[in-house]
Design a protein around this ligand. Structure first.
Ligand code: ZN
Ligand code: ZN
Ligand code: ZN
Ligand code: ZN
Ligand code: ZN
Ligand code: ZN
Length: 167
């Protein structure tokens, strides 16, 4: 009688154990998405941990907003014309007595001293370079990827980083 009871219990235990074994085999699957590593390459940065800076397209410098990349801005003294009205004849080219103005040889114009007649002067914002160092990436052209926190890898969405998942 006692022996039979033990046997009964043994069977029950074995049954439960085999059931557990069966379930653990069935339910846990090795994750094929991440090859069971639990990590996936970050798609935002292609696994590099950093991305190309949007503001400078990876150049590290940006077009100067003052001169639009020309390095030169319109001369503020002559409004870009390269000359100023002759102050002696007030731009008439003639003196009050009708003689040709000796100061401007009758043209009524004087070359702009400030821009040497070019009509433009060097942009002070970029010192004539036409570009400025990009402040968003400190001139590096790349910024660290926030999606993966510079690691280049993110936690696998399928297995949550465990390498295996329950089906
Ligand atoms: Zn995975
Ligand atoms: Zn940049
Ligand atoms: Zn400039
Ligand atoms: Zn000028
Ligand atoms: Zn004149
Ligand atoms: Zn990333």
């Amino acid at each position: 009688m006692t022996l039979l009871k033990i046997n009964n219990n043994m069977y029950r235990l074995l049954f439960i154990l085999s059931l557990l074994f069966f379930f653990s085999c069935e339910t846990k699957k090795s994750c094929e998405i991440c090859s069971a590593t639990g990590k996936l390459e970050c798609e935002d940065c292609n696994g590099e941990g950093e991305k190309i800076c949007n503001y400078c397209d990876g150049d590290g410098d940006r077009k100067c907003s003052d001169c639009y990349g020309d390095g030169e801005i319109e001369c503020s003294w002559c409004y870009g014309k390269g000359y100023k009205s002759c102050s002696y004849c007030y731009g008439e080219g003639r003196e009050s007595n009708g003689d040709e103005c000796f100061d401007c040889s009758g043209t009524g114009r004087k070359r702009c001293f400030d821009c040497f007649g070019k009509g433009s002067e060097q942009c002070e914002n970029c010192w004539g370079n036409g570009k400025l160092e990009c402040q968003d990436c400190d001139g590096m052209g790349k910024i660290s990827c926030k999606t993966c926190d510079k690691e280049g890898k993110v936690t696998c969405y399928k297995c949550d980083g465990y390498g295996e998942y329950v089906e």
